[in-house]
Design a protein around this ligand. Sequence first.
Ligand code: AHR
Length: 630
Amino acid sequence: MRLFPFCAAALLSAALTATAQQGSATITIQADKPLHKVSPTLYGLMTEEINYSYDGGLYAEMVRNRTFEHDWSGFEHWTLVEQGTGRATITDSKTDGPTVDLPRSLRLTVTAADAANPAGLRNEGYWGIPVRPDTIYTGSIFAHAVDGTPGPITVSLVNDNTGKVLATTTTQPVTGDWKQYQYVLKAEKLVAGALNHLQFTLAAPATIDLQLPSLFPPTYKNRVNGNRADLMEMLAGMHPKFLRMPGGNYLEGDTPEERFDWKATLGPLQNRPTHRSPWNYTSTDGMGLLEFLEWTEDLNIEPVLAVYAGYSLKGAHINAGAALKPYVDDALDEIEFVTGDQNTKWGAIRTQLGHPKPFPLHYVEVGNEDQFDRSGSYDGRYKQFYKAIKQAYPQLQMIATTPVKSITPDVIDDHYYKQSGEFYAMLNHYDTMDRNGPKIFVGEWATREGSPTTNAGDMLGDAAFMTSMERNSDLIVLASYAPLFVNVNPGGMQWPGDLIGYDAMSSYGSPSYYAQALFSQYLGTDVPESQKTGGSDRVFYSVTTDAEKGKMYLKLVNGTTLPQPVQLQISGAKLQREAQVETLGAITQAETNSIFDPKRIVPVHSVLRVSPNLQHTVPPLSVQVIVFGM
Ligand code: AHR
């Protein structure tokens, strides 16, 4: 965390000079009386292809519409390049493509061109093509000559405004058979920016078919077909323990045909047909099942694998029984792909794809939000999946997306999208819930007031809800905020109220992001006995200890615009004289971070002198984590 002494002082002075007061609260903690363990896997990640989360987001591909989808207006995000006397047209080849999965292509007919007057096409990227100095970009394109002698393709990164060529190279001359042509573009000294495009041109008249142009910057941990480094670093900063994947609605699709069909997302990109996502754009499926798993590996976390359960968003469902069996078998194959060794059929396929080591897996979720299946078929569907998966993998914990009657699920997935006041009103929801029934996965939740990313009011609602989840983490084993990502460019967002925003060049965390990161970083292992008396009913807390680390973590949330004096009565631990404090504070609930003002609300570090019967004031509209040494 960064140290901002000036801001810390400003927050403190705001707290002290506020005119109105509210009665003091007393928080009593018996540090040596643990009530129960904290779930070590409490905080994780949930993502899906929404808000350009992967394409145009985490997945680092820079070319947009690389499979040349088109409508009446042409090939979206592609435009002709006709330099000088160069002339060209583009059409859909319709029947000519490099693989059965990509059976068509873009046909480029260059009618006039020479070295000084090239013609071809350009791609605008995902709201620009980010180019940085001293950076190597790698890519490839499938091509074949239909007519004439095209020679090589010139591939260039070009500035939109100046026309300056930032990096350029040529492929091998294009021949008659479909072939993949690799290229490397080296950007040298330049000013980093995203107002650029990627150009493919010929210097001779000819007709060629093109498919799957691609360009990647350096990726996180240098994965081929990998992820944006800045976004992966932000995720690592959340200290997550799991990734719920691959959705969300994205798992289900609008129809069964548009579900996340994991088998169609494996292997070389030319073998992935792409599919329409329920968030109304085509998914490249560059983020396929193996890429999801490698993402978990790169963050040293585990997948929580959601399998398609025979229900899609527009209401189609597959009844339990023989009709559902292929889907159950598909889920069994998927689990084998994730966990099987090289001697299993799907473990061997994973090995062929370059990952011999099985991935760890403890939780499998059957479907997503099946309470929306009005046919009532989920009970039977869940039971069929549960029995088949438990029989093959008795060690797996099976998550149901809504309560069922015919069998007892191991875990139920609860989702909450609320305003902060609604969260404040339900913070005791889990306190009295039956501890002998299924465990709880809060698989999607968020306070939703700000847009595109959440604001300070959301941060307070989120933090308040997290205090209740920690207090109940004997019951709540997993929790993941959603949605995680949003591309903040116009048209990038389908769902307002997201955790991390970005454009082509940069990314930022919402105030809620920092609350999540702090709560997760200072999770603790045990919940000791404690209580709060007095003070505002909009002031919340959670306390956990970690005996091994010799720490006690006190999280305080002041959802009011008044300072909250608190008397801390801590027994059962010899506390060190200084405690470390991280404060997230705001002036108003609407205050927020944005792509233009990314660090407005970030943790501010200060030191608290510890004494018996400690008096502490929680600033207005703030979240604090006090780290006591014991
Ligand atoms: O997080 C956005 C959507 O909300 C998810 O796709 C869906 O599961 C829920 O309704």
